[in-house]
Design a protein around this ligand. Structure first.
Ligand code: FAD
Length: 483
């Protein structure tokens, strides 16, 4: 906020970024409270986010989310002005065109965005334009949840214990405006289609069938999830059942904010089982919060390990193994199921993310960044903070990381978390006729069983790219040298 804010404002720009919603949008609310005219603007500037500009699946989501936001704005009398280019140049152009004296935005906390926004805020201030920056993405501003020594937490449980006590102090989410002043005519801008966010070769059928990007889709998803939150603590580890909220892409694009989720779940779920489910669920929202706070404090971790002992780790390079992993052709059914789910739907269940990442980084000894980059390209919820935390956690080099000796065994994990093997059968149909006893480890099945099920190695389904037992031993050796 700056001092000139108190002067009467005729026109304000609301710079939408990853807060693509009308409900509980503090930047929009501030503009409405302080200006006669409000111009909603979106500036597509992927170069500003280099090297983590949105991947293909994120671009698909963004296209549909912007379309949904524009439709919502039109329903209440306005529209989204879409522009492309370096953000500060474009914003200054919009300011000249509209005569705006106030620009409002909701903060992003990734390293590149923080630097860019600070630069833009200073430049606008020099131009005599007021800037209002708000928090819509997180429960608490990074830097406000600190330990006794005023340092950032590096372990989740004490972080969340501190944060949880402050949940009751969160502001009540604000309602969506019913009406917006009409955006001035004749403003320059381009169509959402002109951003060319959709793939040229249409591989996005699975995404279209799975998701409804946009604020309405997010709110509907939350309402549905809220009805069965009581079963979340027991169901959340089951990839074969739709027990988790699947709100991750909606949260990433800010179609819903975490404060809305806290308010909605705490308000409607007062019975004991629901309250337990809500606590367990909010703990996961806490992990998201932890990831963002960590990235704020340790911006170098997007490509360097938080635990510096791991900086000297030697990784294997194998283009063919990496490709087999990416394509869901490792010959390890649970991993292949997950990687195919990711390719088809842009999403993968958390437990399978952990298992697939463990196989890549520990059994195959391929650098976690290679996995993080593939997820970045293919996940609709690709999120720099969560992805960095997830990969470093599995690789053992991050905050509160899985200990180095924790190497997921995909066979045991399949027995435990896909008990009737329906997840594997769905995503790896070429193994569907194998009996439960063998489907998660076809390499161990007797020849006659394979024949009856129509499985021919390297013809209908690949032989495993590694021996799980041997590769586990190798990984343990590598990690013990790093200690
Ligand atoms: C290797 C790896 C990479 C990951 N990459 C991403 C990513 O790019 N984007 C992403 O949003 N999540 C990522 N996660 C975390 C997690 O897998 C997803 O958030 C979750 O699967 C999303 O599904 P959901 O919305 O149904 O989750 P729910 O179980 O319903 O959880 C609710 C919300 O809490 C947050 N959350 C849940 N688990 C975590 C977690 N472990 N870390 C941080 N936030 C969490 C998410 O915002 C999620 O939407 C990754 C995890 C791993 C192990």
């Amino acid at each position: 906020m700056n001092a000139r804010r108190s002067a009467p404002v005729r026109t304000a720009l609301v710079w939408f970024r990853r807060d693509l919603r009308l409900t509980d949008n503090p930047a929009l609310r501030h503009a409405l409270e302080h200006a006669e005219r409000v111009v909603p603007v979106y500036v597509h500037s992927p170069d500003d986010e280099h090297p983590w500009a949105p991947g293909a699946a994120s671009r698909w989501w963004l296209h549909h989310s912007l379309t949904a936001l524009d439709a919502s704005l039109r329903k209440i009398g306005s529209r989204l002005v879409v522009q492309r280019g370096e953000a500060s140049t474009v914003l200054r152009h919009c300011i000249r065109e509209t005569g705006a004296t106030l620009v409002c935005w909701n903060k992003l906390y990734e390293p590149a965005a923080l630097k860019r926004d600070a630069r833009i805020a200073a430049a606008l201030d020099d131009d005599g334009v007021s800037v209002e920056q708000s928090n819509a993405a997180l429960l608490f501003e990074p830097g406000t949840i600190l330990n006794g020594q005023k340092l950032p937490y590096r372990v989740f449980t004490p972080f969340w214990r501190t944060a949880e006590t402050q949940l009751s102090t969160l502001p009540v989410p604000s309602r969506a405006p019913r009406r917006l002043p009409r955006a001035p005519r004749g403003l320059s801008g381009i169509g959402i289609d002109d951003l060319a966010l959709l793939p040229k070769i249409r591989w996005d059928d699975g995404l279209t069938q799975t998701w409804t990007p946009g604020e309405a889709g997010a709110l509907k998803q939350l309402r549905q999830f809220s009805k069965h939150v009581a079963s979340y603590p027991t169901g959340r580890d089951r990839p074969d059942r739709a027990e988790t909220s699947r709100l991750s892409p909606h949260l990433h694009f800010g179609e819903i904010g975490p404060r809305q989720i806290v308010a909605a779940l705490r308000h409607s779920n007062t019975a004991a089982a629901q309250a337990k489910g809500t606590d367990s669920y909010l703990r996961q929202i806490g992990w998201r919060e932890f990831a963002h706070h960590l990235l704020f404090h340790f911006p170098e971790t997007t490509d360097a390990p938080l635990d510096k002992r791991f900086a000297k780790q030697k990784w294997r390079r194998s283009a063919s193994d990496l490709r087999a992993w990416q394509r869901g052709a490792t010959g390890i059914p649970l991993v292949d199921a997950g990687m195919r789910e990711l390719w088809r739907t842009g999403w993968m269940h958390n437990r399978i993310r952990m298992i697939a990442a463990s196989v890549l980084t520990k059994n195959l000894q391929i650098h976690w960044l290679q996995g993080a980059q593939w997820f970045w390209e293919t996940l609709v919820d690709a999120d720099l903070a969560n992805n960095t935390l997830g990969w470093q956690w599995v690789a053992g080099c991050g905050a509160d990381a899985a200990p180095y000796y924790r190497i997921f065994n995909p066979v045991l994990q399949a027995k435990r978390f896909d008990p009737v093997r329906s997840y594997i059968r769905h995503w790896v149909p070429e193994l569907a006729r194998l009996p439960d006893r063998w489907i998660h480890q076809p390499w161990a099945a007797p020849e006659a069983v394979l024949q009856r099920a129509g499985v021919v190695f390297d013809k209908t389904y690949p032989r495993p790219v590694l021996d799980l037992g041997e590769s586990r031993k190798r990984a343990l050796q590598v990690y013990s040298q790093l200690r």
